[in-house]
Design a protein around this ligand. Structure first.
Ligand code: COA
Length: 227
């Protein structure tokens, strides 16, 4: 089973060697494959103004290889919604301590659409939900292409639109809020066949977080048979 690590400013030094390949992968995926040419840079790395000390990354590794990732930004700091796509939110920018914005989710092409085990993408959604619940988030904001909505629906993520979709490069793009709570996390754990937390918090013992429970049926309260 792949491992998913939380990486942020306090433990980034432990993962420094992965950052250059990570930004190269983002360039390959978003610029070369997806043709998001606004993100192009001559050095072949896709790095934007939100890759700062505020960013939190989930890195998914399998046998030491980075096979997928996701980025989370506190909404009290600048986000894609506040600085690039403010017109997608009818309520104005989201700036809340209990909401992080998600972006740059990807799985390397060779590991997409897997059916032998849980999809790497579902592992990442489970992991970010675990991260959110652990640090007390109640929602994620996301600027996304509309094809994500049925996928979220299928995995039990409840998405609430913040405004009307806009066509961009022939694609309907909108901003949503997604609920982040323990019930969603438990449901995702069941979908991926796990009975407890999956995140690795290497070097982050100083982070104030709630420890999530084992949800194995063996640890459920005993049900007494009716007399
Ligand atoms: N436009 C429309 N649909 C898309 C899509 C796109 N750009 N990318 C994926 N999908 C749909 C596929 O059509 C497919 O649907 P199907 O299974 O009904 O045929 C489904 O999503 C599965 O996609 P696939 O890529 O085969 O596998 P996955 O579920 O393991 O991975 C992603 C999904 C999004 C993680 C992966 O496609 C990826 O990394 N894409 C590049 C990065 C990206 O575009 N991220 C989103 C913006 S940040």
């Amino acid at each position: 089973m792949p491992e998913i690590h939380v990486v942020q400013k306090h433990n980034r030094h432990l993962y420094e060697r992965y950052f250059d390949p990570y930004f190269q992968l983002r360039h390959d995926i978003y610029v070369k494959q997806r043709k998001w040419m606004a993100l192009d840079r001559p050095d072949g790395r896709e790095i934007d103004q939100f890759d700062t000390d505020h960013a939190v990354y989930l890195f998914c590794f399998d046998e030491g290889q980075l096979i997928g990732a996701m980025r989370a930004l506190p909404t009290l700091s600048p986000t894609l919604l506040s600085d690039i796509f403010p017109y997608l939110s009818m309520r104005g920018p989201i700036r809340r301590h209990d909401v992080y914005e998600l972006s740059r989710v990807f799985v390397i092409p060779e590991r997409r659409g897997e059916h032998a085990g849980p999809r790497v993408e579902t592992l990442l959604l489970t992991a970010i939900t675990e991260y959110g619940v652990s640090i007390g988030l109640t929602s994620f904001s996301i600027v996304l292409e509309s094809w994500w909505l049925p996928r979220f629906e299928r995995c039990g993520w409840k998405a609430h639109p913040l405004g009307l979709p806009r066509m961009m490069d022939d694609m309907a793009v909108l901003a949503v809020m997604v609920d982040c709570n323990e019930a969603t996390w438990r449901s995702l754990c069941r979908q991926i066949g796990r009975t407890g937390p999956i995140l690795t918090w290497q070097g982050l013992s100083g982070v104030n977080r709630q420890l999530l429970p084992d949800i194995s049926p063996l640890h459920s309260p005993t049900v007494q048979p009716a007399q």
